[in-house]
Ligand binder design. Structure first.
Ligand SMILES: C[C@H](N)C(=O)N[C@@H](CCC(=O)O)C(=O)O
Ligand SMILES: [Mg+2]
Length: 363
């Protein structure tokens, strides 16, 4: 199964409501799609969202990385030589993890098709169904309480609450939500780097003292501030999950060796795809540290790949794969079924994607 052509396109999918974090506000998913075509007539699909404020990858940068570096380095190669293709992909240029992830995902899709097996079974096949949380955007406390109630009515039993914007309001936000929803629903919070280390400890201790029952706090401080992350981890009881601080397997090792966080959030757009995400799973297994699998604002192609990984690996115990349910339309035919909180895999080969509708080709 030889790679004959790699096509690049873009899709635009409006969100149901604006997505707001401490880092950005977004109204639609604007992602790059790749199709890897082979001499056997198979097509592998991949996707990359431009999340400049997190990965540094803009739309133009993703297209440039694909056209000027990655495509040339793997065209003509045989999917049977999978490890060799992955080495070429890694070495084609530094950083640019989103462009690499799009290609890596499409390659894994073809790898599954080559051996006629669904990807989650090839990676471990631990389960076939997973349950995701849903994100509540950062707004004023009343609106967040209302959005949380809506999410519970839709069946979600775990909410990921965005905080870290106008820090003085964060305690009020969480009190309003807890008062509105009671204690049967899990609340995890994500500050998206919005606090300083001492400020984070102050806010989180108040949340502990108020009995808000927070499952964990995600990325309280700036991504590069590992010392600050450790300071927060050492000084509060709520567990800390590292997100923007962990891109590579090496980053994960540093965090775990220093006990700078309690959990790791794996995202394919930070690792450069499944190949490196699997390395983080192995490191976390060695340290006995559970992982979350997350996504950026992504449609169903790349989130599908994350679903396969989550279903394959027992070390992934927390799921934040709500990208597709935040979208108002689904451009993807085939693949996993997203029914609000419940995500079910099917046993079609690879990712099981039949078609992506509405692609505007850029080649
Ligand atoms: C969409 C997901 N629930 C999420 O919150 N992901 C990121 C932010 C993604 C983005 O800005 O596109 C996270 O920080 O966990
Ligand atoms: Mg996060």
């Amino acid at each position: 199964m030889k790679i004959t052509n790699i096509r690049i396109g873009e899709i635009s999918v409006p969100l149901k409501t604006p997505f707001k974090t401490a880092l950005r506000t977004v109204n639609s998913v604007e992602d790059i799609i790749v199709e890897i075509h082979t001499d056997t007539g198979n097509v592998g699909y991949g996707e990359a969202p431009p999340t400049g404020v997190i990965t540094g990858d803009t739309k133009g940068a993703i297209i440039g990385a694909l056209k000027d570096h990655i495509i040339k380095s793997i065209i003509g190669m045989d999917i049977e030589n999978f490890e060799e293709i992955m080495l070429k992909l890694d070495k084609s240029l530094v950083k640019n993890t989103s462009a690499k992830a799009a290609i890596d995902i499409a390659l894994y899709d073809l790898y599954g098709q080559l051996y006629n097996a669904p990807l989650y079974k090839m990676l471990g096949g631990y389960k076939k169904e997973i349950i995701t949380d849903v994100t509540i955007s950062v707004n004023d406390p009343e609106e967040m309480a209302k959005d949380s109630l809506d999410a519970i009515r839709r069946g979600f039993d775990t909410l990921k609450i965005k905080v870290g914007k106008d820090a003085s309001m964060d305690l009020e936000r969480m009190k309003a939500i807890r008062n509105a929803i009671g204690y049967d629903v899990k609340l995890r919070i994500d500050a998206n780097q919005g606090w300083k280390p001492k400020e984070a400890v102050k806010i989180l201790r108040k949340m502990e003292d108020t009995g808000l029952d927070i499952e964990f706090v995600e990325q309280p401080v700036e991504a590069h501030d590992i010392e600050g992350l450790k300071y927060v981890t050492d000084n509060i009881s709520i567990p800390v999950l590292a997100d923007e601080s962990v891109f590579s397997a090496k980053d994960a090792l540093t965090i775990l060796q220093n006990r700078a966080a309690d959990y790791i959030n794996i995202k394919l757009m930070k690792t450069g795809g499944l190949h490196n995400a699997l390395k983080i799973c192995s490191i976390a297994e060695v340290y006995g540290v559970e992982c979350m699998i997350g996504c950026m604002l992504e449609a169903k192609v790349s989130v599908n790949a994350a679903v396969h990984l989550a279903a394959a690996k027992s070390i992934i115990t927390k799921i934040d794969l709500d990208g597709p349910v935040l979208c108002s339309e689904d451009p993807v035919e085939g693949g996993a079924i997203f029914d609000e909180f419940k995500i079910t895999l099917n046993d079609a080969p690879g990712l099981g994607i039949k078609k992506v509708n509405g692609i505007r080709y850029l080649d």
